[in-house]
Design a protein around this ligand. Structure first.
Ligand code: PLP
Length: 425
């Protein structure tokens, strides 16, 4: 299938004669076999098939296969949330004593996961600004570095990552680049085309798109050759005692080793599976992802332009504005648009921002983003409310910042709603 549009609609599932047109929900924890020997082969990964939905489920695999096609990968798996996908993506190749280089412009939840929880597990992280110099990037690597991590378009900073530059740095040190592609989606950017090796998603956002199910996904490009660095990646290149001495790269090749290990080991032991019901809802979202992304981006561009020209607005961050610091990077990596989220500051600071949001009628106040319905958040009084004004500035969240997630409503209606709310403050 050639185009991204067709992959959104039909990828991952080709029913046979007389089979259901829509992806079936296989709501079964377990699967029946006629002999123990048959089942034994599955446990030894000698045959492929289903035995318990904590590891794999046909509905989830079908939807993962669609996302795999969209990203242009070789293997993929669904997870219970974006957080689970971020955790697995690193923990599959790094353990206590290992180190990861990470962009400092990432989702707050990912930052906590890495900087607090995974540090407690003995992993080390060095955070670098996405616009750091080549020397600063180089200096972040250590002999025990196992991966580089960043976001295509960062939530909520909306900074665009120079994926090619980070991929080259990672590869020069013999480690993969992992990209969180949640905000751009594969409709607007496919990081594998720029050298990334692993892509993860919070499918909770645009992919689901309707605020109906929390979920995540990991996709492998199949291009990173783990076998060139067996001492760095022993989990993939040496026998796994918990699976009868299987060596993942030998049995599944560099195209399948990473996802098979993440499924057979991490999902088996940690159990952060997506439910078949959620996967079904995710697939419904994916079927219109290409259409929705167009409208999200159209609305965000118009809203960003409107706000830029408004005298009650102090500043606007959106990479589709020619005056934006990331405009050139966006032209390269996101020529068809970035995402529907615009950040801006309201003149008058915290009180004005809160008052403005209170007057909105179409956009609702929510912690969610990337939904079909417009929503907005004032981080200083919500997700970051425990911080003082000085601490907010240090965290890159100014007291006046409003994160506005443009939905797919009519452009004129969104602008009229914002205009009337600004008029009232
Ligand atoms: C929301 C989000 C996550 C976390 O995903 P959940 O599905 O909420 O666990 C990770 N990365 C980005 C960019 C996000 O926006």
């Amino acid at each position: 299938m050639a185009t991204i549009e067709t992959k959104c609609v039909q990828g991952g599932y080709t029913p046979g004669n007389g089979e259901p047109r829509q992806v079936p929900i296989i709501q079964s924890t377990t699967f029946k076999y006629t002999s123990s020997a048959d089942m034994g082969k599955l446990f030894d990964l000698e045959a492929s098939g289903y035995f318990y939905s904590r590891l794999q489920n046909p509905t989830c695999d079908t939807v993962a296969a669609k996302i795999c096609e969209l990203e242009g990968g070789t293997a993929a798996m669904l997870t219970s949330s974006g957080q689970a996908a971020s955790f697995f993506s690193i923990f599959n190749i790094a353990q206590a004593g290992d180190h990861v280089v990470c962009s400092s412009c990432i989702y707050g939840g990912t930052f906590n996961l890495f900087n607090v929880t995974m540090r407690k597990m003995g992993l080390d992280f060095t955070f670098v600004a996405p616009d750091c110099t080549d020397e600063e990037l180089e200096a972040a690597f250590k002999p025990n570095t196992k991966a580089v991590f960043g976001e295509t378009v960062a939530n909520p900073a909306l900074v665009v990552l120079d994926i090619e530059r980070f991929a080259n740095a990672a590869h020069a040190h013999g480690v993969p680049l992992i990209i969180d592609n949640t905000f751009a989606t594969p409709v607007n950017c496919r990081p594998f085309e720029w050298g990334a090796d692993i892509v993860i998603h919070s499918t909770t956002k645009y992919m689901d798109g309707h605020g109906s199910a929390v979920g995540g996904c990991i996709v492998d490009s199949g291009k990173f050759d783990w076998t060139k660095y067996p001492e760095k990646f022993p989990g993939l290149c040496t026998p796994d005692d918990s699976y009868h001495g299987i060596t993942y790269t030998e049995r599944f090749g560099i195209e399948g080793a990473y996802i098979t290990k993440a499924t057979a080991q991490l999902m088996r032991d940690l159990g952060t599976t997506q439910s078949p019901q959620s996967a079904y809802l995710l697939n419904l979202g994916l079927e219109s992802l290409h259409l929705r992304m167009k409208q999200h981006c159209k609305n965000a561009q118009a809203v960003a332009e409107f706000l830029s020209a408004h005298d009650k607005i102090a500043w606007v961050k959106y990479c589709g504005l020619p005056t934006d610091k990331d405009y050139a990077l966006a032209q390269k990596y996101l020529p068809n648009g970035s995402c529907g989220v615009v950040s801006f500051g309201v003149q008058g600071g915290r009180a004005a921002a809160e008052a403005f949001m209170g007057h909105l009628k179409i956009a609702a106040i929510e912690t969610h983003v990337a939904d079909a319905r417009s929503c907005c958040l004032h981080p200083a009084s919500a997700t970051h409310r425990q911080l003082t004004d000085e601490e907010l500035v240090a965290a890159g969240v100014t007291p006046d910042l409003v994160r506005f997630s443009c939905g797919i409503e009519g452009t004129e209606d969104l602008i009229a709603d914002i205009a009337q709310a600004l008029d009232k403050i």
